[in-house]
Every structure is written in structure tokens, then in C-alpha cells.
Design a protein around this ligand. Sequence first.
Ligand SMILES: [Zn+2]
Ligand SMILES: [Zn+2]
Length: 254
Amino acid sequence: MKLTVLGKSPAWTDAGGACSGYLVEGEGGRPFLLDCGNGVFGKLRLRRDYRDVEAVVISHLHADHLLDLVPFAYALTVGPDAGAVRRPRLIAPTGADSFFRHLVGTWDSEDLIGRAFAIEEYEAGAELEVGGIAVSAHAVPHFGPTHAIALAGEGGRIVFGSDGRSSEQLAAAARGADVLIAEATLAAPDPAPEQERGHMSAGEAGALAERAGAGRLVLTHISDELDADRAIADARSSFAGPVEVAAEGSAWVV
Ligand SMILES: [Zn+2]
Ligand SMILES: [Zn+2]
């Protein structure tokens, strides 16, 4: 299985970048997207034909993880092959259907997402098969319901931590991952009381990777306005394995 970064920005896009989005390609199955934040659809088109995408898996219902479902939906419903393309699966958390209707309903297009995609809502703990890969969703604490997404292929396991503070739930989801893709939104740990924290620093991500016994740590959801070298050094202060900052086009094969 191969995972390629399409976008790694936090909620405000890097210069020329895209928000959360990863292309996952299994051995025999069709490709799928993990998150589809703003900018991701254009980045996908640089690499693959969007008509080949089997599914989009959404980690949580925040703008930077889903807004490019809108241009993707327009391509599928009014693009040159509209009607001839199989509807991709849209695998999203409970409440997603109503959320999408409300979002696109603000310009009177309530059924846009539902016409373009076959929506499947999932609950925390869900175990699915997507593109020949076993996909599982693990609830992690953030601002609102959020899921770390674990991908298990024949060669190993990649865990995307989604957004969230450092937590036992995330450490459990990431246990033994060959590659842990963890957010590092903050330049330093959030001083707020633990229950109010929604994001991690690179240092916290490193400590989490160590606790989880991950093989490799990839820092993501990190702005190009932060110092990448410092983030790597912070993570390395508690994690002995390889650390890198996600970049558009970075890929890992397990
Ligand atoms: Zn986010
Ligand atoms: Zn979020």
C-alpha cells in the first residue's frame, strides 16, 4: 500500500498548498482519498484521474478536511463525463449527510454531494474495506467528534491521527504503526487545561509516537509558517525513530 500526501496544511493553506488530503493506493484495488480539504481536488488531478477514485474517507467534519468535496462533486455531476462515472463512496462520520446538505444548501444545492457520491456514514470503531485495504476509525479527542484512521495492508499499517490533542486514544490507535502521520499544528504545547486542547505540538507528537511504538513519524497539519527543522528537532527529543515533516508528494510504501 502506498500513501501520498496531497495536502498537509492546517486550517489555513500553505503558499501553493492544500489542506488535509492523502491519496491511498492498494495492491489490487482502486485508489481512494483520505480527507478532501480545500485544494486537494486540484492536487489529486495532478496525479490521478478523479474518475478512478473508489472512495473518499473523511476523518471529521471540519472545513479543512472536506471542503474540496464541493469541486469534486461538481466534476462528477456537471463535468464532461457526468452521468457516466460510477459514484465514488463517501465514507464520513455519523451526521455527515445532513451536514453536507446544510453546507451546500447555503447556495440552494442541497443534494449536490448526495448526487455525486454514495454517502456511507460510519461510527467510531467502524471497520471497513476500501480499495482492498482494511480501514478502521478510532475516536480521538479534538474539537468535536474526530477519528484517527488506520490503514492495514498486507505489508503493514499506516495510521493517520487526524486532528486532536495528545491522548491515550490516539496512542492506542497508533500502536505498532509502521508509519504514524500525526498532526503538529502548534509551535508549543497548548497551555489550556487538557480537556480544552484540540491540537498537538511536534514535541507532543514525538512523545506520542514513542509511546505508541511507531516505526516512523510524519508531522502533518503543520503550517509552512512554522519552522520545520525546529519541529523535527522537537519531535526527535522524545522519539528515536525517523521523523519528517509531510510535504506535497511525499509518499510511503508499506
Ligand atoms: Zn484540521
Ligand atoms: Zn479539525
